[in-house]
Design a protein around this ligand. Structure first.
Ligand SMILES: [Zn+2]
Length: 330
């Protein structure tokens, strides 16, 4: 089993309506990198335009990529990624990349890729869309720009709830194991040659895992008090391999152990670089909260190391699969 750690490496507090462009949180990455180094788990930092454009990128992230202690890939936030446009932010909040006209998305991807390539000295190969907004229209643009692997798919989840102002993609039925995406739908397996390594999101509750009926009922009633109470007692919701502040080490370990039981070749963790900085995100407002994150990650990584899990970057995981399929020539 492999461990892929993906970090959305982006500006401070991107949940804020004002969407600040500061990138102070990048200065908090070295502490996390040291933890990863200790376990030989090289992370993959998926960086937005404003991060790649910062001096902190040159001082902190670039040396990590060049020394192969980590991989740097791309993360596209329409609202900070040139060329800026009227589509980037509307009355309904920040745009999902999937909401952009296809030509505009391609131009933004090309400018992000060019900046990354100039700094890295090589084409980036790993990608994640901001707000999980990957659409079928993006697949040819990603391949054209040299990307071999995407990680924007969140199985069992949909980002299409109009009540919550979500206008993204529906990944409810996407595979939980890595797959090559279909040209017409990134949530389906097919012939495009772009590898998808979805974020690990699973039902750790075996009854939920085996009952499409109960999963459908949960989806429908998930916002009710009853569903929330049942979830607290029985963990009936899909569980992310993501260190949310309410995810204990035991819960995170349960997600890993479920993935292992299902025979998945890898588990993929995700969180945001801004979660490493106190008050950098809604998730960790205080120093104590960030310390708690580190304590939990340390204990989780110790468990994974004890289970002989091997850390790997996203593109290193993808490369042999793409080579076998003839879609990767580097
Ligand atoms: Zn993001």
């Amino acid at each position: 089993m492999k461990l892929i750690i993906t970090i959305d490496t982006e500006g401070d507090n991107q949940w804020d309506a004002g969407l600040p462009r500061s990138t102070d949180n990048i200065r908090f990455i070295p502490r996390f990198q040291e933890l990863c180094d200790r376990y030989h788990f090289p992370p993959t930092y998926l960086c937005t335009y404003e991060v790649v454009d910062s001096t902190a990128f040159d001082e902190i992230l670039l040396p990590l990529h060049k020394s192969r202690r980590a991989e740097v890939g791309a993360h596209l936030h329409p609202w900070t990624n040139p060329p800026l446009s009227k589509w980037d932010r509307g009355d309904n909040g920040a745009a999902y990349p999937s909401e952009l006209p296809a030509d505009l998305f391609t131009q933004k991807l090309e400018s992000l890729t060019a900046l990354l390539a100039a700094k890295l000295g090589e084409t980036p190969r790993s990608y994640r869309a901001g707000r999980w907004g990957l659409s079928a229209a993006h697949i040819p643009a990603l391949l054209q720009c040299g990307y071999i692997v995407d990680c924007s798919v969140t199985p069992l989840l949909s980002w299409t709830d109009p009540g919550a102002r979500e206008r993204g993609q529906d990944f409810s039925d996407a595979p939980v194991s890595p797959y090559f995406v279909a040209w017409g739908d990134p949530a389906r397996e097919g012939a495009s040659g772009l590898l998808e390594v979805p974020v690990t999101i699973l039902h750790t509750n075996a009854i939920m895992r085996h009952s499409p009926l109960l999963r459908g009922a949960y989806r429908r009633y998930r916002k009710t008090l009853a569903a929330r109470m049942l979830n607290r007692a029985f963990w009936i919701a899909p569980q992310w391999f993501r260190p949310f502040s309410d995810m204990s080490v035991a819960r995170l370990t349960a997600v890993y152990e479920t993935a292992r039981r299902l025979g998945l070749p890898a588990v993929e963790m995700m969180f945001h670089s801004s979660e490493l900085m106190p008050d950098g995100s809604p998730h960790n407002l205080t120093v104590e909260s960030v310390d708690h994150l580190f304590t939990r990650l340390d204990r989780l990584f110790a468990h994974l190391a004890g289970r002989k899990v091997e850390g790997i970057t996203l593109s290193a995981f993808a490369e042999p699969l793409c080579k076998a399929r003839g879609t990767c020539d580097r």
